[in-house]
Design a protein around this ligand. Structure first.
Ligand SMILES: NC(=O)c1ccc[n+]([C@@H]2O[C@H](COP(=O)([O-])OP(=O)(O)OC[C@H]3O[C@@H](n4cnc5c(N)ncnc54)[C@H](O)[C@@H]3O)[C@@H](O)[C@H]2O)c1
Length: 338
């Protein structure tokens, strides 16, 4: 399956290919006939980066420690120093092999080195396959603030091999699925139905990935730099981010988004959403301190004055942007008060 991103508002063009075992032929999709820096982490099985290395003319490997704390400015500058030392030029390339942490960091490196070199992404977690590997946003966490320094760096190509998910633990798979559920709820009722009815995820995952990416591709093609529509991708994230901060990393991002979505939909939607979250082991009623959550939400970049802009789903497959007063939001999340 191939999905093409073509933005009418700029000259952004790239293809995303979803094919099992496609990493075995990665050089058919990425131009690896040059110096190639493969960025990965030590939690991603090395067989995936080895496939890219073995098909590159002049391969170099840079592996970081797995986990969000590695998405930092020190690793960013270390990788740039490594590229300088190895005499990478503007016609060389960076390839990310791993989850969203590796993709965000490697993309930012590729955006900065010599004012930009080619960037390819081979995402290996479900979250990165359905969401973070496309759209061009890349960043590192800085000054205690997540994604506070970054850039838009559109990949030259994205290669998704769903078989890489066979080594990923179930909790991570479910966390990635939360982002796919999000896309289904806001924009594609048939995607939500597929996830809801799936009896064997491995059989349906290629279609779930493709449908999720179509939703994201449509959104990012019409709004590449997040001027408006792209904010729909924040569904579940307003409260989700606050829960994520309050839980200090013990809940995965997708788990927080799962819980966050439940506050931003109608009762009718909730009736179908809760059983789906249960089915995949995703939380929907997590306890948290409402006042602290509201403080965090109020200082969020989506807040203006005493109102906050949220994405609300009244009917599965559609959404609306709502401006909510902080007290209104407080009432909505009162159920989560611990
Ligand atoms: N750029 C965007 O648009 C965007 C969107 C959403 C999220 N993100 C970012 O993505 C990051 C989260 O990404 P993530 O959920 O992929 O987490 P992650 O990158 O931390 O990966 C999760 C874990 O899975 C391991 N792993 C990766 N592939 C594996 C595989 N095939 N088999 C076994 N283990 C594997 C990793 O080593 C890591 O330990 C966050 O930093 C978030 O900010 C970015």
């Amino acid at each position: 399956m191939k999905i093409s991103i073509r933005s009418q508002q700029s000259d952004i063009k790239y293809d995303i290919t979803i094919r099992r075992d496609s990493l075995d032929d990665v050089s058919d999709y990425f131009d690896l006939n040059r110096k190639v820096l493969v960025v990965t982490d030590d939690g991603t099985p090395s067989c995936y980066s080895e496939k890219v290395m073995s098909q590159s003319r002049a391969p170099y490997l840079y592996s970081i420690e797995a986990g969000e704390p590695s998405k930092n400015i020190d690793n960013f500058s270390r990788i740039l120093a490594f590229m300088l030392e190895k005499k990478f030029t503007r016609s060389d390339a960076v390839v990310a092999v791993g989850g969203g942490v590796v993709g965000d960091l490697a993309g930012f490196v590729a955006s900065a080195y010599m004012r930009g070199v080619a960037f390819y992404n081979a995402p290996t977690t479900l979250l990165s396959q359905v969401d973070s590997s496309i759209g061009g946003k890349c960043a590192v966490d800085f000054g205690g603030v997540k994604n506070s320094i970054g850039a838009f760096k559109f990949p030259s190509a994205v290669l998704i091999d769903p078989n890489t998910l066979r080594t990923l633990d179930r909790r991570q798979v479910s966390a990635g699925l939360a982002e796919a559920i999000k896309m289904g709820l806001t924009s594609d009722a048939s995607l939500f139905g597929l996830i809801e009815k799936s009896e064997k995820l491995d059989d349906d995952i290629d279609h779930i990935i493709a449908k999720s990416l179509r939703v994201k591709a449509d959104v990012v093609s019409s709004d590449p730099f997040e001027a408006g529509l792209r904010k729909v991708l924040n569904f579940g994230h307003t409260v989700g981010h606050a829960i994520e901060s309050l839980y200090g990393g013990s809940l995965l991002h997708g788990e927080c988004v799962a819980a966050g979505m439940t506050y931003m939909c109608s009762d009718e939607v909730l009736k179908r959403l809760v059983p789906v979250l249960d089915k995949y082991g995703l939380p929907h009623s997590v306890g948290f301190d409402r006042d602290k959550a509201l403080d965090l939400i109020g200082s969020d970049k989506k807040a203006s004055g005493d109102s906050i802009s949220v994405v609300y789903v009244d009917r599965i497959g559609s959404f609306e942007f709502r401006s909510m007063k902080v007290e209104e939001l407080g009432r909505a999340i009162a159920v989560g008060d611990s």
